[in-house]
Design a protein around this ligand. Sequence first.
Ligand code: 3PG
Length: 306
Amino acid sequence: MTKVLVATDKPFAKAAVDGIRNIVEGAGFELALLEKYTDVNDLYKAVADVDALIVRSDNVTKEVIDAAKNLKIVVRAGAGYDNLDLEACTARGIVAMNTPGQNSNAVAELAIGMMIYMARTCFTPATGSELIGKKLGIHAYGHVGRLVATKAKAMGMEVWAFDPFVPAEQMKADGITVASTIEELYSNCNYVSLHIPATEQTKKSINFDLLSKMPKGGCLINTARKEVIDEQGMVKLLTERTDLKYCTDIPASNQEELNQFAPRVFASPKKMGAQTAEANLNAGIAAANQIVSFIKDGVTKFKVNK
Ligand code: 3PG
């Protein structure tokens, strides 16, 4: 019998697990669960006899792939798949997929919430500011970026975006001011919300030089990945520019060092942008359906490896 494992260090909501179970068992497959594991050896053991794997930010390394002798498909229930070793998957003929768009609204709502939190002085009685009339720069206009833009416009913000992979006409049609360079985005916007993936090209690309261009009182919101930030550059920046702010749900490797700048800096203790019941349900169910379609009919829509 086809066996599907859900391996999540940060578990899905119960409703999402129930939904996945219905789909998997409804297809005549078996479901196994490994949640909140603290030892990677538990993951190696759990994957030993599975045909399909659903994960979140869990690292699917070459070691995991090597331990999963029967694995045919791995689905990252979410958008970013930098946690999957795609080369190792391809080398074994394993299909790797993501579930784009399924958890985007949760992340977009958090980005808006973080802007309000920083604007309103971390919910203290100190005088804050309002978002209306402020310029927001969306760095990468994908599923999440587009949703942040819509919500920010509804609050009266002037929305800018930079994304060399999205036609300018498409962004303009959405009422967005298109920045033709990344520098133009950062130098014009009071807030910048990051929505770039972590790739070899983007890692550490949000650096001192770029962030220095932000206007007085500028605030960076990061619900994307910590790897895109040049963390030492961030420390230098916050030291030299006592007006700048940084808010993220992905604690940096040097978060303790960054915490000295609180309340201008805020990081939630653990990544939680997509941690809503709705996002869990949407992404989990999409992942389960994609597995069933692949195993039964060979459907490879949303495949991300070669
Ligand atoms: C994603 O890439 O989909 C988000 O970063 C959410 O990741 P998570 O499933 O680990 O919360």
